[in-house]
Design a protein around this ligand. Structure first.
Ligand code: GLC
Length: 540
């Protein structure tokens, strides 16, 4: 096993304490967090200036920063043209060093976003690769001849629309791109590619980064025979199944079993450096397949992201099922995780309803497993409204209903002009989602969403079983109340969430006192209470 696990099933760091990545991760979309240079786009010095807020005001344990590497920004940084340099929009290499140093001074861990599946078409490797069929870097990308009789080599589709193949007129071959045509697929079956990409990890590990979020980590290996996908047998959901992409069963264009060898190699590099960490963006909803990304001996990803709660309806049964299913799917010693929002999805306030953001916060921060928070969710931020014609997201320009700009609007620090995100009078790259709220305006309000998040994060640090304990449902309550207990070393904390818009009775297995509620004051001890509409409670 790649790390020790204690008797309670908690992964341990090399110092024998709970591994740091069992703590709370906070995702930053760098374009939208803090603009220190005044151009209306966030940057690394901006993030550094807000680390104190993240550590000391909010209380998270680690930050994950979406890509800030050199990029033509066709997909806002997920199209990398130099894996080992900072894009001038975001700052310099020195700025990234300062960010890491300052975060570590505050005892915050730093996770960078690594995009190994594809580079930018402007990456010098691809420029060389496409220059001729005999170029030494030709095989660094996935090039195929046209099908016999002409046309693309097979029927694979791009998630962003259209075919996954682009014909290069000069050399007469097609290259593969699961995303934009500006994001050609790297060929991970070529050992030189593997070596070069692993070196890009070492570059940042040498500079002290604590871990990586690995972009589309389930796409790194495809069918070596390039078979066409069969048609889909399920009825696609227009919004969440990416339109025409959902017309196929994606048997051959991702997640070939060879992918596990690659994740083993990536892990070997991390392990050379001690307590480093990887979390994979894995859109895999078959729990058996999902669990394979931990590796048989927990020697692949530390965590494959669990996205099952992103698109569940707001109902207790579905959440309960997913909590139990993840626990059952985990290999021995593996650690669970939960995600309720990120830069690719509508905000949780939109998906679940604004009246549920508080209950969602309690869930995310009291379940067993690493929570990943998305910036702005601690304010209950809503999706922004992008004036038609002003869409920035390449995906949104093709499918307006899938536009990801809405969840990427700038962070709101104050109610001043520029909202503390950028200078007064400067137009931010996307409009603010809600000019009426901000960190400053919520900070002193004990009833604000921000105060709730701060309290929950404080509790997670103060109450060991909330961070590290077992989880069990406690029964005897209505189906639409999710009630669970977290236990460690003889101590137990209870959580109950009312998923309805009406009062619901809850019975606890023992007499408890309220530690926190999203809406009610209760000073007396109790064994049974009436939870208010959408109320969530933590009790001991
Ligand atoms: C991942 C990222 C997304 C990006 C895509 C292509 O899904 O989260 O933002 O567009 O990969 O890199």
């Amino acid at each position: 096993m790649a790390y020790e696990v204690d008797n309670n099933g908690v992964p341990l760091g090399r110092d024998g304490r709970a591994a740091w990545w069992t703590g709370v991760i906070y995702q930053i979309y760098p374009r939208s967090f803090q603009d220190a240079t005044g151009g209306g786009i966030g940057d690394l010095p901006g993030i550094t200036s807000r680390l104190d807020y993240l550590k000391n005001t909010l209380g998270v344990d680690a930050i994950w920063i979406s890509p800030f590497f050199r990029s033509p920004m066709a997909d806002f940084g997920y199209d990398v043209s130099d894996y080992t340099d900072v894009d001038p929009i975001f700052g310099t290499l020195e700025d990234s060093a300062e960010l890491i140093t300052e975060a570590h001074r505050l005892d915050l861990k730093v996770i960078f976003d690594w995009v190994p599946n594809h580079s930018s078409d402007q990456h010098p490797w691809f420029v060389e690769s496409r220059s001729s069929r005999t170029n030494p870097k030709r095989d660094w990308y996935v090039w195929k001849d046209p099908a016999p009789g002409g046309g693309p080599p097979n029927n694979w589709l791009s998630i962003f629309g259209g075919l996954a193949w682009e014909l290069d007129e000069t050399t007469g071959q097609y290259y593969l791109h699961t995303f934009l045509k500006e994001q050609p697929e790297l060929n991970w079956r070529n050992p030189e590619v593997e070596a070069a990409m692993l070196d890009s990890l070492r570059f940042w590990l040498d500079r002290g980064v604590d871990g990586f979020r690995i972009d589309v980590a389930h796409y790194l290996a495809k069918d070596p025979e390039f078979r066409s996908n069969p048609s889909s047998t399920s009825t696609p959901d227009a919004v969440k199944d990416y339109h025409e992409y959902a017309t196929q069963e994606h048997l051959y264009d991702k997640a070939h079993p060879d992918i596990h060898r690659i994740h083993g190699r990536i892990r070997d590099v991390l392990d050379e450096y001690g307590d480093r960490f990887s979390v994979g963006e894995i859109h895999e909803f078959d729990w058996v397949e999902w669990a394979k990304y931990f590796g048989k001996n927990l020697d692949q990803l530390h965590m494959p992201y669990n996205f099952t709660m992103l698109w569940t309806d707001w109902n207790a049964t579905d959440f309960r099922d997913r909590i139990i299913a993840q626990e059952r799917a985990l290999p021995r010693g593996a650690w669970p995780n939960h995600v309720l929002g990120n830069h690719d999805e509508p905000r949780l306030s939109t998906r679940f309803g604004t009246e549920r953001v508080r209950a969602a916060a309690v869930l995310l921060l009291t379940l067993r497993g690493t929570p990943t928070m998305y910036y702005g969710d601690e304010l209950g931020l809503i999706d922004g409204v992008i004036p038609p014609g002003n869409e920035q997201d390449p995906w949104g320009r093709r499918y307006p209903e899938l536009n990801r700009d809405a969840c990427r609007t700038p962070m709101q620090w104050t109610l001043d002009d520029g909202m503390g995100f950028t200078s007064a009078g400067v137009e931010p790259w996307l409009p603010f989602a809600d000019p009426n709220t901000s960190v400053a305006s919520q900070l002193d309000d004990p009833t604000s969403v921000l105060s709730l998040y701060r309290n929950l994060l404080r509790l997670r640090h103060e109450i060991a079983e909330l961070a590290l304990g077992d989880i069990d449902m406690f029964e005897g309550n209505a189906n639409d109340v999710l009630a669970y207990k977290r236990s460690l070393d003889g101590e137990t904390t209870y959580v109950a969430v009312n998923f309805t818009n009406e009062d619901r009775p809850v019975e606890f297995p023992t007499e408890v006192r309220q530690v926190l509620s999203t809406s009610a004051e209760r000073t007396e001890a109790f064994t049974a209470i009436l939870l208010g509409a959408n109320e969530a409670i933590v009790a001991r």
